[in-house]
Design a protein around this ligand. Structure first.
Ligand SMILES: NC(=O)c1ccc[n+]([C@@H]2O[C@H](COP(=O)([O-])OP(=O)(O)OC[C@H]3O[C@@H](n4cnc5c(N)ncnc54)[C@H](O)[C@@H]3O)[C@@H](O)[C@H]2O)c1
Length: 258
């Protein structure tokens, strides 16, 4: 198995892609720390991990709360004595036409998607730096961070920042044996994609379900599944990915050809 006994912390693990990553990492033998801003929301993921007999702890952690991040990292240290992988998956999507964009929604998206992600990298990086084998970090960016989607300027820009941060930290922390990569999903069947459909239905009219069903990568002809994103992330957390550094890999069924 790719992640036998590795300890991996996942943010935003209560549903969607975070849940798919938890499942894929568990199937590859990882021990898991699943976190989300609401502890009770983690029950479903926790139950799924129990059926797989995966050693896991579920902790409330809002990525915009530095104290919660610090106490999570302390707890992981005391329980497992190591932290091999971090997946920065927690994300916020608040669509707004740019001309009407509010300061509040713009900064909220940057707080979670960029500053929260960076705070998690820093807290976990400090632990990994002291470990003989360093560690691996995978950031969940978006194809919106490469292309820039109309109507989603702040979200797209926040994901572009994730791509750039991943490049910078991969170069800066290589000397500490910490390897960072990002993935850029698109068209993944999750509640967030459903909120894209709801936004489009409100703007253009039409049925949310019908619009949701069109939000598929045309080359693939169906939604990407959260588990499929998780399988790529598990590979990037493994030793096989040691030679891949600072990359932002599109995993959107071919929609973004770079
Ligand atoms: N679904 C897609 O097609 C798609 C495409 C590109 C990128 N992404 C990215 O993938 C990641 C997961 O997206 P998803 O589609 O599963 O979304 P989702 O909305 O279904 O899940 C997001 C998760 O993040 C958690 N979260 C939000 N704010 C948080 C905070 N402050 N602290 C801790 N947890 C928080 C939520 O509780 C939830 O569990 C996000 O970063 C998103 O931007 C998704």
């Amino acid at each position: 198995m790719l992640l036998n006994d590795r300890v991996v912390l996942i943010t935003g693990a209560s549903r969607g892609i975070g849940q798919g990553i938890a499942r894929a990492a568990a199937l590859e033998g990882a021990r898991l720390v699943i976190t989300d801003r609401r502890r009770h929301a983690l029950e479903e993921t926790k139950a799924m991990l129990e059926t797989l007999k995966t050693e896991a702890i579920a902790l409330e952690m809002d990525v915009t709360d530095e104290q919660q991040i610090a106490s999570t990292v302390d707890r992981v240290q005391s329980q497992f004595g190591r932290l091999d992988g971090l997946v920065n998956n927690a994300g916020l999507f608040l669509p707004e036409p740019s001309l009407d964009a509010t300061w509040k929604k713009t900064t909220m998206q940057f707080d979670v998607n960029v500053f929260g992600l960076l705070a998690c990298c820093r807290a976990v990086g400090a632990v990994m730096k002291e470990q003989p084998n360093g560690g691996k970090i995978v950031n969940i960016a978006s194809n919106a961070g490469k292309v820039g989607f109309p109507g989603y300027a702040a979200y797209s820009a926040s994901k572009a920042a994730v791509i750039n941060l991943t490049q910078t930290l991969a170069r800066e922390w290589a000397e500490h044996r910490i390897n960072l990569n990002a993935v850029c999903p698109g068209g993944v069947a999750t509640p967030m994609l459903r909120s894209v459909a709801e936004d489009l239905a409100e703007k253009q009219g039409g049925s949310v379900d019908e619009i949701y069903n069109t939000l598929v990568p045309p080359q693939l002809g169906r939604h990407v599944r959260p588990l499929e994103i998780g399988q790529v992330v598990a590979f990037l957390l493994s030793d096989h990915a040691t030679i891949i550094r600072g990359q932002s890999i599109s995993i959107d069924g071919g929609e973004t050809p770079y």
